[in-house]
Design a protein around this ligand. Structure first.
Ligand SMILES: Cc1cc2nc3c(=O)[nH]c(=O)nc-3n(C[C@H](O)[C@H](O)[C@H](O)COP(=O)(O)OP(=O)(O)OC[C@H]3O[C@@H](n4cnc5c(N)ncnc54)[C@H](O)[C@@H]3O)c2cc1C
Length: 502
């Protein structure tokens, strides 16, 4: 068995497998170690336009054409109908009688998806193996040591003992994962974010929403559905195999009131508080054991060293709200791929990895400021909506800028490094903890130069479709001509109406 590698990756979720494939394409020898065995359930399922853009770009840049179809519902259904996923046309929010519907794609063919991770992660690890990545499952690493030039990993994979040496180690094991524990690292706080807990499972028999607004721009269940209440929220994500993922994230106060740690009985108590959800879950039953997380958020005090780095998903996590995890993970994979490509043998590798750690941490903090402000406004839906629009304006502007080849217009996750939007949005997010009467109007004023989706237009009554006209009217905000926007829309399949059945 080979023992010397350029790169060892610990953790074969989608992040580890994708990183392994990319490193292999860059000419590295790669070993990928996984403690479990595929297929297995994993959480973290809902993609976004930004995460799919990143996935598509990684598959093009690193010549992984078999990955590209996963970036859109239509190509996924045509290419890999056997890999379960869900159709995600947008973000649906319910709050008592109020709604907010934000469309993410104009039609199904180019829509986002929810990943049924048991299938997707299994597929990706087989793809990695097919390329030549040395994959070992049931891995237990008993000894980890770093020398000047390499990391040593000693342990067992199933019955097989290993003693591996790698010039670089990437941790893809998720929050509070392998390196955080092995190196005895500390946790850092995520300022502004309340401590939260979570309880979730997969279900069969979840019915669709009965009452949907006539003006809904897409079927409200073909989305990441959020039921928001004071101190928490519930997600419902439907897959095309009859299974739905559902769970709750809640502040400690609400989590303790519901006694989330008790599992299924707590889920029933939660449903009692949310009548619409209760009726949808009347016939439902959990097809996985309930999983309870005592602490959702996490931030490692150290995210990289001289010969190692954590993927963003191992370095930190805020909350599932708004599905920021995949986009952050893929951003980190892209950054690490560039470092590996250009600097793996250079003297400044360690400095580059430190730069990566700083960027990863500042993106995490940007996500945390946003989600902290959303938790602070959960009792007041109009302020919650205003904070959400900061997110939707920033990410749709960033997505358009990237698709126009003008990434420099959108620096940092949620534009947090943008010279005007960054500091001003930070101040507004701080104000969200005590929103005054001018809060929503001030959000509107701030997003206006970045607003490419008609967000906040009172005529839309919290229902935002994707309209070509909005983008065309906003062309000047991106320094683009109308012709460039039309070309962008054509390139991205905006006008194609292929009908796809999942
Ligand atoms: C409740 C919840 C809901 C979420 N929902 C969303 C969402 O809807 N959208 C979104 O974008 N993000 C979401 N996230 C975040 C998302 O889960 C992560 O971004 C994503 O899973 C990262 O993928 P990954 O492959 O890097 O890590 P993971 O999916 O965490 O995979 C880690 C892998 O490492 C393996 N492993 C762990 N320890 C070891 C070890 N010591 N040795 C070897 N192997 C090990 C595990 O078995 C696993 O296979 C959610 C997170 C949570 C907690």
């Amino acid at each position: 068995m080979k023992r010397d590698f350029d790169l060892a990756i610990v953790g074969a979720g989608f992040g580890g497998s994708l990183m392994a494939m990319i490193a292999h394409q860059l000419g590295l020898s790669v070993v990928l170690l996984e403690q479990g065995r595929h297929p297995r359930m994993a959480i973290g399922e809902s993609t976004t336009p930004l995460s799919n853009l990143l996935l598509e770009r990684l598959s093009t840049t690193y010549d992984l054409p078999r990955i590209a179809p996963l970036a859109k519902w239509g190509s996924w259904q045509r290419t890999y109908p056997q890999i379960a996923c869900g159709l995600k046309r947008g973000f649906t929010f319910f709050h008592h009688e109020d709604e907010l519907l934000v469309t993410a794609s104009p039609h199904d063919d180019i829509a986002d998806t929810h990943w049924y991770r048991a299938d997707v992660d299994h597929f990706l690890v087989r793809e990695a193996q097919g390329l030549g990545v040395d994959y070992r499952d049931r891995a237990r690493i008993e000894t980890l040591a770093f020398a000047e030039e390499e990391a040593t990993l000693i342990g067992r994979a199933g019955e097989e003992a290993f003693d591996l040496h790698a010039r670089l180690l990437i941790d893809a094991t998720g929050p509070r994962g392998f390196l955080h524990r092995s190196l005895g690292l500390k946790e850092s706080p995520l300022p502004g974010l309340p401590p939260t807990q979570s309880l979730y499972s997969h279900f069969t028999g979840v019915t669709r929403t009965e009452t949907a607004a006539d003006a809904a721009p897409y079927p409200v269940d073909d989305a990441a559905v959020h039921h928001v209440f004071e101190g928490g929220w519930v997600w419902v994500l439907r897959f095309n195999n009859g299974i739905a993922s559902a769970g709750v994230a809640a502040t400690r106060r609400v989590a303790e009131e519901l006694a989330l740690s008790e599992g299924e009985p707590a889920w029933q108590r939660l449903l009692d508080r949310l009548p619409q959800l209760k009726s949808q879950f009347k016939q439902a039953s959990a097809c996985q054991p309930f999983r309870y997380m005592q602490a959702v958020a996490f931030r490692s005090s150290t995210m990289a060293g001289k010969r190692w780095a954590m993927l963003p998903s191992a370095a930190g996590f805020v909350d599932p709200l708004l599905s920021t995890g995949f986009a952050l993970t893929l951003t980190g994979i892209e950054r690490l791929a560039q470092i590996i490509h250009k600097h793996r043998d250079s003297a400044d590798l360690a400095a580059r990895l430190q730069g990566y750690a700083q960027e990863t941490d500042s993106d995490l903090l940007a996500a945390s400021r946003l989600i902290g402000a959303l938790y602070a406004t959960m009792a007041d839906f109009s302020s919650f909506t205003a904070v959400s629009l900061l997110y939707f304006a920033a990410v749709s502007f960033a997505e358009t800028a990237h698709r126009l080849g003008k990434a420099e217009l959108a620096p940092g996750f949620l534009l947090h490094r943008h010279p005007s939007f960054g500091p001003a949005s930070r101040l507004l997010l701080e104000r969200a903890y005590k929103p005054d009467g001018a809060f929503a109007a001030d959000v509107q004023r701030l997003i206006e130069p970045f607003n490419v989706g008609g967000f906040g237009d009172p005529a839309r009554h919290n229902m935002y479709p994707v309209r070509a006209d909005d983008l065309l009217d906003a062309a000047h905000k991106l320094g683009a001509s109308r012709e460039e926007i039309v070309a962008l829309l054509e390139r991205s399949g905006f006008f194609a109406q292929a009908s796809v059945k999942g």
